[in-house]
Design a protein. Sequence first.
Length: 163
Amino acid sequence: MSIVSQIMFAGVTLYSITAAISGCKCKEQEESIDEYLTPSLTPFQTDSTVASAPKQLFLHPNSSETFQFRDHNTVATSYLSRSPYLFEVTTGGDTEAIEIKRSTKCPENHYGYYATRDDINYSIKPVVWRYSKAGDKIWSFGTWNSSELYFEVHIRKIIKSVR
């Protein structure tokens, strides 16, 4: 072998050995890092079901909406009248007629109607629209002196202890 060939062979050999050693070193570092992180990344025991996201609607007088929600075949809402507020909510085939008078006082000015049926909660609240300083139209909950209503249905929170 010529001197150039020997130098090239020595360089390739040295490069291979360096790559092998550095590969082992990285693997050792990864294992030691993993050794310390794995216990903190152990998954918690949780309920395997995930709650459905709340369904939110804005309703106007004489409007209705029907939708699928979780295990219930359908949920139907009907905003029948504004004065007095007449509203119907149907869940699982059972219909509840709701009448809200404008004079209804709510504790601490939390205007709204709140109910629970089976494993769902729903609420009806009056909506007030206004404009921000930037000119954006934003909504909030107001008094019963409003024509538009906000309806929300969500799964009732059930806290289970994990042992």
